[in-house]
Design a protein around this ligand. Structure first.
Ligand code: GDP
Ligand code: IMO
Ligand code: MG
Length: 440
């Protein structure tokens, strides 16, 4: 049995897409467990630059089957657009994608509600991706959501949409906002999309468990990251789903006893998009170097990502919450030009030492990071594939992170492409994979 969870260990955009694409080669099925098209997972293959939002990054391995699980929220038009883009680029999707009938749908009114809240003085502004993700999960938890499977009974679907639009209109009106929306039109538009998706709609829980029972392996792909998890992140500056490893089980219907291991992906530094505390943020010219060298602009919204340094309290917290077996460090090459590299080792708040993540976002917003500064290596690591070829300063940096987090580092990414990876031998990750991941 080999079913591995890949989880973002920071605030998202850690390079999960590249890593899932790399590991997917060894698995039979790749399954996405939460989030929606707020995610943007970039995979670079030669001249092709794919940004996957809903479809698991495993789709780029042409012989693999992929699943969008019940924990994902789906905008059917966005999904069809993504399928079409992939098909136009020679990636077959229709035969290989399975979508859960239990996945909740995102409707245009979710975006309207989100916009009203984000512009309201009565709420904290989260800086969302404006895709309607939060309100769709609110409806799911409020037991008034509409699921993909509901589109199979078209008359009932029309009634559900009618009720939902009326309810949202009333709610927005009560807050002085207006929602001009023709429920019948929305229902027909959605039914049109859902009819096209119908051949892909299945009971993915049954499908995945049958695959596992037949001895096949599943790679469980997370979106966002630990610090954006609705329970464990920097609430309320989070997304509305369970991005941590626990969410993989509920988001796919795969029991915890079927999980073989969990791997966390972290950049060699840190970034965050949107509002909320980010203790190791660097707004100086050096932070700008990270943004430029790392091309830190959102793949979905194009927003400039906030940049800062490796935050060890965050990574240690992430290792605990997710039970990480192994750590993958990406974008080491982005640090190549720096003379010095600070690492946040702990926090101080009001003169007191703090080395764990406080539960209150405002407290985390007030901490001062305590840095230990490492010498830079000032030579290219871009594209390196052997650990022994790394400059000794880079190895020192990585080994410090490993020792401080207390989790092995199994892969170091040195560029956006699959081949630009250092795969360390004899790791726990190697034992968790269905087949060896040999260094290219
Ligand atoms: P995800 O959301 O976690 O999949 O990450 P994103 O795709 O949003 O952001 C990661 C970005 O870094 C993408 O543009 C990747 O192509 C790129 N990337 C991934 N690994 C590396 C690496 O090791 N070096 C460099 N220079 N870029 C990388
Ligand atoms: P991937 O999978 C980085 C952030 C948004 C905002 C907060 C809530 O590519 O790592 P939402 O639209 O989800 O309600 O926004 O979460 N956010 C992400 N940041 N990477 C992502 O996905 C993100 N998805 C959401 O910027 O701060
Ligand atoms: Mg991303």
């Amino acid at each position: 049995m080999s079913n591995l969870i890949v989880v973002g260990a920071q605030w998202g955009d850690e390079g999960k897409g590249k890593i899932v694409d790399l590991l997917a080669d060894k698995f039979d099925v790749v399954a996405r467990y939460q989030g929606g098209h707020n995610a943007g997972h970039t995979v670079v293959i030669g001249d092709h630059h794919f940004v996957l939002q809903l479809i698991p990054s495993g789709i780029l391995r042409l012989e693999k089957r992929v699943v969008i699980g019940n924990g994902v929220v789906v905008d059917p038009a966005a999904l069809l657009h993504e399928i079409e883009l992939l098909e136009e680029n020679g990636i077959s999707v229709w035969e290989r994608l399975f979508i859960s009938a239990r996945a909740h749908l995102i409707f245009p009114y979710h975006r309207s509600v989100e916009k009203a809240w984000e512009n309201s003085d009565q709420r904290q502004k989260i800086g969302t991706t404006a895709r309607g993700i939060g309100p769709a999960y609110e409806d799911k938890a409020g037991r008034r959501g509409i699921r993909l499977g509901d589109s199979l009974d078209e008359d009932n679907f029309r009634c559900l949409v009618q009720m939902a639009v009326q309810e949202k209109q009333a709610a927005l009106r009560a807050r002085g906002s207006d929602l001009r929306m023709d429920a019948a039109e929305v229902a027909e538009q959605y039914l049109g999309c859902c009819r096209r998706l119908r051949p892909l709609i299945v009971n993915t829980t049954t499908f995945l468990n049958q695959e596992i029972n037949a001895g096949r392996s599943v790679l469980l792909e997370g979106a966002q990251g630990t610090m954006l998890d609705v329970d464990h992140g920097t609430y309320p500056y989070v997304t509305s789903s369970s991005a941590t490893a626990g969410g993989a089980c509920t988001g796919l219907g795969i029991a915890p006893t079927r999980i073989s291991g969990i791997v966390g992906v972290s950049k060699a530094y840190a970034t965050r998009v949107g509002n909320g505390p980010f203790p190791s943020e660097d707004n100086s010219a050096t932070g700008e170097v990270l943004r430029n060298c790392g091309q830190e602009y959102g793949s979905v919204t194009g927003r400039s990502r906030r940049c800062g340094w490796m935050d060890l309290p965050v990574l240690r917290y992430s290792a605990g919450v997710n039970g990480l077996d192994s750590l993958i460090i990406t974008k080491l090459d982005v640090l190549d030009t720096l003379g010095e590299i600070p690492v946040c080792v702990s926090y101080e708040v009001e003169g007191a030492h703090l080395d764990e993540i406080p539960s209150q976002a405002d407290v985390l917003g007030r901490v001062h990071p305590v840095y230990r500064t490492f010498p830079g290596w000032k030579q290219p690591t871009f594209g390196l594939t052997r650990y022994s070829d790394l400059p000794k300063e880079a190895r020192l940096y990585l080994e410090f992170i490993r020792d401080q987090v207390g989790v092995e580092i199994s892969v170091i990414s040195t560029g956006p492409e699959r081949e630009q990876s250092i795969i360390l031998p004899g790791t726990r990750l190697e034992k968790l994979l269905p087949a060896p991941l040999l260094s290219p």
